[in-house]
Design a protein around this ligand. Structure first.
Ligand code: ZN
Length: 231
């Protein structure tokens, strides 16, 4: 819960540093302005609150009616006046926080379904939100980077991403080497004979794996490979 709240504060700060005009500029996400990112993060909080609601009532309330509805809502949100967009972000974050606070511990184990169709305990919404606010703070393209994220967030994020690759078989012949103070951690296809090796610090590897940046990345191949798709 703590890193989710810290991430929300961090996102809010990066957002408040931007002028209204600057919200119309491109974000780091292809095809999305900063306003799209803010709208998405706001609607994401509402969607996660629906999962918490589901866990509390037993009545199925999905994150979004459909993927198309999710995208249309974001496109609509991006057209809101900047003040309304900022309110959406703040109100939705407060609403989600209240939902968590009012949820008894035993409801946290109730199973709910994510927008990707994964079945998870409702308590997973805390991590889902943590991930969203930290990564999308970077996507605002306002000076934040993965190096701003707490190490435990980076580690869990990297485990999520490499786990998703592994489940799809996308990590074949791809090895990640994370340089840390305690040595090198290997992830990915650690059994491969002649793998493509991608090396960097934890923030740089996590940013690369999330498809955000190649900063600080070295490889045993002439060109730094592109990370496999994550979500
Ligand atoms: Zn997102």
């Amino acid at each position: 819960m703590h890193t989710a709240r810290r991430g929300t504060v961090f996102f809010g700060r990066k957002l408040s540093e931007l002028s209204d005009d600057e919200l119309a500029a491109p974000s780091l996400l292809p095809g999305w302005t900063r306003a799209h990112v803010v709208a998405h993060v706001g609607y994401n909080a509402r969607a996660l609150a629906r999962l918490v609601q589901w866990a509390n009532t037993g009545l199925e309330t999905p994150m979004y009616p459909s993927w198309q509805a999710r995208n249309e809502e974001i496109d609509y949100g991006a057209t809101l006046p900047p003040s309304a967009l900022r309110n959406l972000y703040e109100d939705s974050a407060i609403h989600l926080d209240g939902k968590w606070r009012d949820t008894p511990q035993e409801a946290g184990v109730q199973e709910v379904k994510t927008a990707q169709g994964r079945t998870v305990p409702a308590s997973e919404t805390v991590w889902m939100r943590t991930r969203e606010v930290w990564i999308h703070a970077v996507d605002l393209d306002n000076g934040a980077s993965f190096a701003d994220m707490p190490a435990d967030v980076l580690e869990r994020l990297l485990a999520d991403i490499t786990g998703a690759w592994h489940n799809r078989g996308d990590d074949k012949d791809l090895r990640l080497e994370v340089l840390g103070s305690a040595g090198v951690t290997q992830l990915g296809d650690t059994a491969a004979g002649d793998p493509i090796i991608v090396t960097g610090t934890l923030p740089d590897i996590a940013a690369w794996a999330a498809g955000r940046s190649t900063h600080g990345i070295t490889s045993n191949r002439p060109d730094t490979p592109q990370a496999p798709r994550w979500i």
